[in-house]
Write a protein that binds this ligand. Structure first.
Ligand code: SF4
Length: 455
């Protein structure tokens, strides 16, 4: 399908082909789904929200609810204030959420709708709330939209007069429910009490009960978002996804945050647990020491298969930095490291990692990149493995390269949203998948007499 991708690379400034990202509202909608009894609302045309919902539904294999201001030509010319007022009334009347989280779209941003004043003028039923954030899709990516919506909840709701508590504010980053469950397990074992925002467990990995519930009994409680104003500190995981909420909490309530990379691999998880230990005063329990030991054991056992293998890592910036750090710990050489999200901080973070392993020379790192260019690099100099979202499937086929799906989105496989990538356990799972892909290829290509059961 992509066999005709040319090897010659031309500098492009305006055009992206097979982008390694999607638009801001997808991330805003995702963040809003992690708040209990919240209806995400797209202030724009129906076509936008159909795309955003479909995108999330395909990744999570769960219904991603959202409503729309349903712009037509009139709203596009005269502004969408009347549409928002009617939408909010209808949503509370028909679906009865506790809160509506409004995000903008390209159209409402371009015509300059002032959501602050629209929302101030709304007449809301008792105990009902509306919050918003701006998500212009011609800048940034879904990761920025996620960060903006999470920060939006804090700007509207976090209460600086909330009673002081020993809890920690926890911004988990743009990760799957499987990762959130792993975070919770790790924080439970470390004796850390927390308020997690957003929390998709039980929402986007809800069990099949035979009865559909538009608002599952899950997600971050509104009172807990208010209580973020009284936490003693916050942990913001993944600088791209969590810096905005950390800054919002500092600005509104004076709470300091530690901004950390996602805890991938041995060193990433070590740092995360040491931070939890510092916050809770509790030592790392033996159970987690043993998990660490098992991950190191796998790394050593399979080292001959990992060592020196080149790979391309692509996807969301925080996840890509995490996978790159795990790949380096495994002894692999991340040759191409890209994200579609703009931001030189990505290039710096990935560059520091590669330098620490003396692997910077010859490697290409790029933000605001696309998969077409990655394909061109691969055409010129092949790698042994691709690690990233489903969108490289055609590249893997065209170039006959083993492919490990990891991150967001994984549209063409099942179970990924349930499985963690973070922590020792998640890293063990991902390292196992990488080893499987490398060894499956060896089995496929070897002579019959070399097809051994024991390797
Ligand atoms: S018009 Fe903008 S907000 Fe709507 S789907 Fe396209 S990029 Fe996203």
């Amino acid at each position: 399908m992509l066999d005709q991708t040319p090897k010659e690379i031309f500098e492009r400034t305006a055009l992206r082909v097979n982008p390694c990202k999607t638009c801001q509202p997808v991330g805003a909608l995702f963040a809003a789904l992690g708040v209990k009894r919240c209806m995400p609302h797209s202030h724009g045309s129906q076509g936008c929200v159909s795309y955003h919902r479909t995108f999330l539904t395909r990744h999570f294999k769960e219904p991603a609810i959202a409503s729309s201001s349903s712009f037509t030509e009139g709203a596009s010319v005269f502004g969408g204030g009347a549409n928002l007022t009617a939408s909010v009334k209808n949503i509370f009347d028909v679906y009865d959420p506790d809160i509506i989280a409004v995000h903008t779209t390209c159209l409402s941003e371009t015509i300059g709708d002032d959501l602050n004043s629209f929302i101030m003028e709304l007449e809301l039923p008792d105990d009902k709330l509306v919050v918003h954030c701006n998500t212009p899709s011609y800048v940034g990516s879904h990761v920025n939209g996620f960060a903006n919506m999470t920060a939006g909840f804090i700007k509207y709701l976090a209460d600086r007069r909330a009673p002081k508590s020993g809890r920690v504010g926890f911004f988990p980053g743009f990760v799957n429910p499987g990762d959130l469950r792993e975070y919770k397990r790790l924080m439970g074992l470390m004796g850390t009490e927390y308020v997690m925002l957003p929390d998709h467990t039980g929402v986007l990995d809800a069990p099949m009960t035979g009865t559909y519930r538009m608002f599952p009994d899950a997600g971050t409680e509104i009172d807990d978002i208010r209580a973020l104003g009284g936490v003693r500190a916050a942990l913001a995981m993944g600088p791209f996804a969590s810096t905005e909420p950390a800054l919002a909490l500092k600005a509104k309530c004076g709470v300091d945050s530690s901004i950390m990379p996602l805890p991938f691999g041995v060193s990433g998880t070590d740092s995360f647990l040491m931070k939890l230990s510092e916050l809770s005063g509790n030592p790392v329990p033996k159970e987690l020491e043993d998990e660490r030991g098992r991950l190191v054991d796998l790394m050593l056992d399979a080292n001959p298969y990992f060592y020196g293998k080149t790979c391309a890592v692509f996807g969301d910036p925080d996840t890509v930095v995490g996978i790159t750090s795990l790949a380096l710990e495994l002894g692999m050489l991340p040759k191409y490291v890209i994200t579609g999200t703009p931001g030189e901080a990505f290039v710096e973070a990935a560059g520091r990692l590669l330098e620490a392993y003396d692997a910077r020379q010859g490697a290409k790192i790029k933000a605001a990149a696309d998969l077409f260019e990655l394909h061109q690099w691969i055409k010129n100099e092949k790698v042994d493995l691709l690690i990233g979202s489903s969108y490289a499937k055609q590249i893997a086929k065209a170039e006959d390269i083993p492919f490990v799906r990891a991150g967001f989105p994984v549209l063409d496989r099942y179970g990924h949203a349930y499985q963690p990538l973070i922590g020792y356990q998640g890293s063990l799972l991902l390292a196992g998948r990488i080893a499987d892909a490398i060894m499956d290829r060896l089995d496929r290509d070897c002579a019959d007499e070399d097809l051994e059961l024991v390797l």
